[in-house]
Design a protein around this ligand. Structure first.
Ligand code: CU
Length: 506
C-alpha cells in the first residue's frame, strides 16, 4: 500500500495551490496520493491577519504548503504528523472523526498536550464528510486555531460539482482571556442582556425550575394560572454573549470577501463549517436556493432551503445550481443581529458588487423547525435503548457559569455506558440560552425534540434551544472517555461539559 509522492507531483500540487490562493483561500486541494503511507504534516502556527484594516495575530493549522486544513481523498487514512510551532502547549481535536480514544485530540492524564516544538502522530480511518479541526485547550479556538477537515467519498469525486469550503468564525481584537473575564466579572465587555421575564423573578440565577411551573413539556410552559406560553414568544432569550469586532468567512470580512469563481450555470457543493466560538449564524442564499444534503458530514434526504441556521460546531453541505451568470453572495448573519459575513460566488466575467456587512434587519433566533424535518439516509438500526441518561443543561449569564446538572466540569458526573449498548441521552435545557451540544468519538441520531419522537438526522452537534429538550441515541462502539459539551467555547470554559465513559475506562 505504500506510494511515494514524486517531487514533480509535489511541485504540481504546490503551484496549483499558489495559483488559486489569491481567489479562494480554502479549496479542496488534494494530496497526490490516495493511499500514501507517509504521514501528512500539519502545523499549528501563528499567522498575521488583517481584519478591518488592522493587523491581528492569530493561530492557524496548515499543511506543508501553508494552506489551512486537511482534505482527504476516498480510502485515504487520517495519517497525520501534527507539529506544534506556537510558543505554547496545544492540542487539536478532530471534530467529526471517530478515532480511537487516545487520538481524539483532547488532553488529560493519559493524553498529554503537545509542547512547543514537539509533534504528535495520528493514524486512523477517517469519517467521510465535512468536518473540522480545532484546539481543545484553553481559549485558543477563539484565536482561530481551527481549520477545515474534509473527507471526500468516491461519489463526491465522481460528481460534477465544484466544492467550496467555508469556515466561519467570530473575531475579537481583545485577548480572549479578557473577554471571558469580562463575562465572569460582569463587566461591559459582555453584550447587554435583558434577563427579564414578565412576572418572574430571575434573581435565583439560571435554574429555571420554579415552583408553579411545569417545565416537563419542553416547548411550552404551563403557568399556575393554566395558561401556556411558548418560550420563544414570551421570554427574552440570551442570544449572544459577546459583541465581536468582526465575523469571518475563510478569514475575511465582507469589506474584502473571498470571491470564488464558478462556472456559468455551474453546480457548487458548499461545505460550510461554523467554527465560531460563541456565534450562531443564519445562512442566507438570497436569490439562490440549494439542497441541504448533509449535516455534520452525515447524508440526509435532500431538503431545498433558502436559509438555514448553523450553530457553533455544526456543518452543512448544500448543493447549489447557479441559475444564470452573475455574482451570488452567500451570507452568514449573526443570530438575532444584523452583523454578517460571507463569500461571493461569481461566474466568469461577472462584476462583484460590494455587500454591506450590516443587514437591514435582524435575523431570527435559531430553532429546531428544520431539524425536526431532517431525515437521515443512514439511520441507526431499530433497537430499544439499553441505557438512558437524562441531563439538565444549567447555568446563567449572571453569574456567568454554565454547567450540566448544576455541576461544572471540575465536579462533573460522568455518563456511564458499556460497549455494545444503545445509549439515549436526553438533554433538557433549563437555561435562557441555546446550547449546541457536541459528543466526541461518536455520531448520534436525533430521536426526540421537546418530547416528540423524530426519525431525525445523524450528527455530532445538536442545538438545544433555550428551555427546549432534545434526545439523541448512539451505539456505544468506541470505548474511551468522551467529552460531551456545549460548543459555545465560553460555556465550555466555565463548566458546561461532562463525559461519556465506557465501563472499562471508568
Ligand atoms: Cu452553551
Amino acid at each position: 500500500m505504500s506510494r511515494i509522492v514524486s517531487r514533480r507531483q509535489f511541485l504540481a500540487y504546490s503551484s496549483a495551490a499558489a495559483a488559486v490562493a489569491g481567489t479562494a483561500g480554502i479549496l479542496p486541494l488534494t494530496r497526490a496520493a490516495a493511499d500514501t503511507s507517509a504521514p501528512t504534516d500539519l502545523r499549528i502556527v501563528q499567522r498575521n491577519l488583517e481584519v478591518l484594516g488592522k493587523p491581528a495575530k492569530v493561530f492557524g493549522i496548515v499543511r506543508a504548503n501553508g494552506q489551512p486544513g486537511l482534505f482527504l481523498q476516498p480510502d485515504e487514512r487520517f495519517n497525520v504528523n501534527l507539529l506544534n510551532q506556537v510558543g505554547e502547549d496545544a492540542v487539536i481535536h478532530w471534530h467529526g472523526m471517530t478515532p480511537p480514544y487516545l487520538q481524539d485530540g483532547v488532553a488529560d492524564s493519559k493524553r498529554p498536550l503537545i509542547v512547543p516544538g514537539k509533534s504528535a502522530a495520528y493514524d486512523f480511518v477517517p469519517q467521510p464528510g465535512t468536518h473540522w479541526m480545532h484546539s481543545h485547550h484553553g481559549l485558543q479556538e477563539q484565536l482561530l486555531m481551527a481549520a477545515p477537515l474534509i473527507v471526500r467519498t468516491k461519489e463526491d469525486v465522481a460528481a460534477d460539482v465544484q466544492e467550496v469550503t467555508v469556515l466561519l468564525h467570530d473575531f475579537t481584537f481583545k485577548n480572549p482571556v479578557d473577554v471571558l473575564n469580562g463575562l465572569t466579572k460582569g463587566s461591559t465587555s459582555a453584550a447587554s442582556h435583558d434577563m427579564s421575564m414578565p412576572g418572574m423573578d430571575m434573581s435565583g440565577g439560571g435554574n429555571m425550575n420554579m415552583p408553579g411551573m411545569d417545565m416537563s413539556g419542553g416547548s411550552t410552559m404551563k403557568m399556575e394560572s393554566g395558561q401556556t406560553m411558548s418560550p420563544a414568544d414570551s421570554m427574552q432569550m440570551d442570544l449572544n454573549d459577546v459583541n465581536y469586532d468582526a465575523y469571518l468567512a475563510n478569514d475575511r470580512t465582507l469589506e474584502d470577501p473571498e470571491v470564488v469563481r464558478v462556472e456559468r450555470n455551474g453546480r457548487v457543493r458548499l461545505r460550510l463549517i461554523n467554527g465560531a466560538t460563541s456565534t450562531a449564524f443564519y445562512l442566507h442564499f438570497l436569490d439562490l436556493s440549494g439542497d441541504l444534503i448533509a449535516v455534520d458530514g452525515n447524508p440526509i434526504k435532500p431538503v431545498n432551503i433558502k436559509r438555514i441556521g448553523v450553530s457553533m460546531g455544526q456543518r452543512i453541505d448544500v448543493l447549489i445550481t447557479l441559475p444564470r451568470s452573475g455574482s451570488f453572495p452567500i451570507l452568514a448573519q449573526r443570530e438575532g443581529d444584523t452583523a454578517r459575513t460571507g463569500i461571493i460566488l461569481a461566474s466568469p466575467g461577472a462584476s462583484v458588487g460590494k455587500v454591506d456587512s450590516v443587514a437591514s434587519r435582524k435575523s431570527e433566533t435559531l430553532d429546531l423547525s428544520l431539524e425536526a424535518t431532517l431525515r437521515p439516509l443512514q439511520p441507526l438500526s431499530a433497537r430499544a435503548a439499553d441505557v438512558t441518561h437524562k441531563i439538565q443543561l444549567t447555568g446563567s449569564m449572571q453569574p456567568y457559569v454554565w454547567s450540566i446538572d448544576g455541576l461544572t466540569w471540575e465536579n462533573h458526573r460522568p455518563l456511564k455506558v458499556s460497549e455494545g449498548q444503545r445509549v439515549v441521552v436526553e438533554m433538557v435545557n433549563q437555561t435562557m440560552m441555546a446550547h449546541p451540544m457536541h459528543l466526541h468519538g461518536h455520531h448520534f441520531q436525533v430521536i426526540g425534540i421537546n418530547g416528540v419522537p423524530v426519525n431525525g438526522a445523524v450528527r455530532d452537534t445538536v442545538l438545544v434551544p433555550a428551555m427546549a429538550s432534545v434526545s439523541v441515541a448512539f451505539d456505544a462502539h468506541n470505548p474511551g472517555r468522551w467529552p460531551l459539551h456545549c460548543h459555545n467555547l465560553l460555556h465550555m470554559a466555565t463548566g458546561m461539559m461532562t463525559e461519556v465513559v465506557y465501563d472499562q475506562y471508568a
